[in-house]
Design a protein around this ligand. Structure first.
Ligand SMILES: Cc1cc2nc3c(=O)[nH]c(=O)nc-3n(C[C@H](O)[C@H](O)[C@H](O)COP(=O)(O)OP(=O)(O)OC[C@H]3O[C@@H](n4cnc5c(N)ncnc54)[C@H](O)[C@@H]3O)c2cc1C
Length: 339
């Protein structure tokens, strides 16, 4: 085998896994298709990662990359296309060659979801963006639209509000669902107009964006907003197509509490995993746990979770089943009584 562990994705989950795997002396590769540091490198400001009261996404990405590199994992710039079963482990096929490994940690995150409306693909990079930090400065003193109502929409809106003339915040509901502290800051801005209960139906332009058509979901009424840019934050799509393990209906990977997937020796951590919420500190913690579990698996100290391997088992695990998994993972026998 070329490696003990191959980590797919170089974000907080993958790099944290790399630190733990290397400190356990595992031969480790991190394979990243875009930016080591992950999607958080695209944000302006992080205020909720313990130990960093305020840091830019770019600086945070650099810090976690340097930390991981201190332990010399192989850092491979490539896109993973397929994880294939082979004797004794897995073959990870990439556009830069194939590598064999005893274990895989999938830490491939989730990509921004698209609106799927006319004009979006045509004007992507010419006014349509999913990265305010990257593209915001091009629209200084202009009117722009931000689509979405969660943490990403509001935190990126806060950044944009300092640069642009006016923001139209377009949201399909009648209230934001971002963290209260972010909402309070955003609501107090004087250059934001809220377009509630509305969706974008078309992005218009002439070489670059010059407007959006929005539809009010309550009245059906459509109107045009004259904007130079549209920043889209309406959720994510997990990047998990290259690995055949049990997933939820949206493609997020289902694991047990030790980050084990339905296939022995394949673990998942971070935003690509079925979980309650997506945050950098949670991804980093899960990456650490996945690496420790991978080490225990290689040493024969971690048993596969039978329930996940069984396709007819329910996706949501009861407390009893989860407790049973933990007991089994530590080699304990148990009886589960359920009504
Ligand atoms: C605008 C914005 C602002 C945010 N602000 C905050 C914040 O303030 N605080 C906070 O805690 N969280 C924030 N988040 C969320 C945070 O970015 C994520 O929770 C975190 O980055 C997830 O880490 P991860 O390692 O699981 O995934 P990611 O960071 O997404 O890393 C996954 C990596 O895998 C790579 N990859 C995917 N598929 C493949 C493949 N096939 N082959 C090779 N590589 C692949 C991707 O290129 C990516 O770099 C924000 C997110 C966004 C979009």
């Amino acid at each position: 085998m070329d490696y003990d562990v191959i980590i797919v994705g170089g974000g907080p989950a993958g790099l944290s896994a790399a630190v733990y795997a290397r400190r356990a002396n595992l031969k480790t590769a991190v394979i990243e298709k875009l930016t080591f540091g992950g999607i958080i490198t695209t944000t302006d400001l992080i205020e909720n990662y313990l130990g960093f009261p305020a840091i830019s996404g770019a600086d945070f990405g650099k810090a976690i990359q340097e930390h991981a590199m201190k332990y010399n994992p192989d850092m491979i710039q490539a896109e993973v296309k397929l994880v294939k079963d082979v004797d004794g482990g897995y073959e990870v096929q990439t556009d830069a060659g194939n590598f064999t490994t005893k274990t895989v940690i999938v830490a491939s995150g989730a990509a921004p979801k698209k609106l799927g409306v006319p004009g979006e693909s045509e004007y992507f990079g010419r006014g349509v963006s999913t990265c305010a930090t990257c593209d915001g400065p091009f629209f200084a003193k202009k009117d722009v639209a931000v689509v979405g109502g969660g943490d990403s929409a509001v935190s990126e809106g806060l950044y944009l509000a300092r640069l642009v003339n006016k923001i139209y915040l377009i949201h399909r509901r009648d209230r934001l669902r971002a963290e209260p502290i972010l909402q309070q800051r955003f609501m107090s801005l004087s250059n934001v107009e809220f377009v509630w209960n509305s969706v974008v139906t078309k992005i218009e332009g002439d070489k670059k964006v010059n407007g959006v058509i929005v539809k009010n979901l309550l009245t059906g009424e459509e109107k045009e907003l004259k904007v130079s840019a549209v920043f889209i934050y309406i959720g994510e799509v997990p990047q998990t197509g290259f690995v055949d393990v049990r997933k939820d209906d949206h493609g997020y990977i289902i694991t047990d509490e030790n980050m084990q997937t339905s296939k022995p020796g394949i673990f998942a951590a971070g935003d690509c995993r079925h979980s309650l919420t997506k945050q950098a500190i949670i991804s980093a913690g899960e990456g650490a746990l996945a690496a420790i579990a991978a080490q225990m698996y290689i040493e024969g100290r971690l048993k596969a979770t039978q329930e996940l391997a069984n396709p007819s088992a329910p996706n949501r695990h009861s407390y009893g089943v989860r407790l049973g998994q933990t007991l089994r993972a530590y080699g304990k026998d148990f009886v589960l009584f359920a009504d």
